[in-house]
Design a protein around this ligand. Structure first.
Ligand SMILES: Nc1ncnc2c1ncn2[C@@H]1O[C@H](COP(=O)(O)OP(=O)(O)OP(=O)(O)O)[C@@H](O)[C@H]1O
Ligand SMILES: [Mg+2]
Length: 258
């Protein structure tokens, strides 16, 4: 692998749920150190595309390539699925996902939440993982919450714990699905700040977001999806400053305050 090999590459991806075609031939590239934002109306396929990147969803046609390594498939069409469970695990553990609803374990402390996957999935040394986990919790500004339980934290703190948990896997890239949508505006900003810090560090990230300001501020590249196809893509300046397609113009005027 050369340093130029993208962390994630999706080529001509097709995905349907039964008869409902959700992705109709989508390409996506996340070069190392880049932030890619996916925007588009509800139902356009953003979450599905993100979930196809780390193989949480199967797809019927097209390629998913992780660091130059194409996913190996068996079967065709609706019967297609990954052929190699070890490859899936390797890819999935390297593309850590942060969900809208945090998805922390309610019965575990924040520290245990962050340590769980590195210990059980990666089999790493407990003392090393604990040191790393405390460091990541400190980094996202909740180092004092190690012993608290998720229910004792605000939404913004829970989401920052979820980001620390994703970071503790030491993944090649982070995938965010609407990381700020479940939060009140003032809590949203705490999470936006963490995401901006991660972008400034040169982390590779793919972010599905309704927050156009976040997309404009952190992205190297923005992809506008419409009904399972890429309608327009480019730099934030291009997409937000000079949108070409009528649909993107309509979408932006509906999502941006007047
Ligand atoms: N598990 C599923 N089974 C059947 N249909 C699904 C499933 N998940 C998503 N869909 C459908 O696929 C389409 C795309 O959904 P997806 O969640 O990717 O959209 P989205 O762009 O993330 O929307 P939102 O902004 O509302 O989160 C929608 O029509 C949705 O109803
Ligand atoms: Mg979604």
């Amino acid at each position: 692998m050369t340093t130029d090999t993208p962390v994630i590459q999706i080529k001509n991806l097709h995905k349907a749920y039964g008869a409902l075609e959700v992705l109709k031939g989508v390409d996506l590239t996340a070069p190392r150190g880049h932030v890619i934002s996916l925007i588009g109306s509800s139902g356009s396929g953003k979450s599905t595309l993100l979930r196809c990147c780390n193989l949480l969803e199967d797809s019927q046609q097209g390629e998913v390539i992780f660091k130059g390594e194409p996913v190996r498939w068996k079967g065709d069409g609706h019967y297609r699925c990954p052929a190699d469970a070890k490859q899936v695990l390797r890819i999935r553990t390297n593309l850590s996902m942060v969900f809208q609803q945090f998805n922390l374990w309610a019965h575990m402390s924040i520290l245990q939440n962050v340590m769980e996957a590195p210990l059980t999935v990666l089999g790493r040394d407990r003392a090393e993982v604990e040191t790393a986990a405390r460091g990541y919790l400190e980094k996202v500004g909740i180092g004092d919450k190690c012993d608290a339980y998720p229910a004792q934290l605000s939404g913004g703190q829970q989401q920052r714990a979820a980001i620390a948990r994703a970071l503790c896997m030491e993944p090649e890239a982070l995938l965010f699905d609407e990381p700020t949508s479940a939060l009140d505006p003032e809590l949203e900003q705490e999470v936006v700040k963490v995401i901006k810090d991660l972008a400034a560090e040169g982390r590779t990230m793919v972010i599905v977001t309704h927050d156009m300001k976040l997309a404009a501020d952190v992205s190297d590249h923005v992809v506008f999806l419409h009904k399972g196809l890429i309608e327009e893509q480019g730099t934030p300046e291009e997409l937000f400053g000079a949108p070409k397609s009528e649909r993107l113009r309509g979408f932006l005027s509906a999502t941006q305050p007047a």
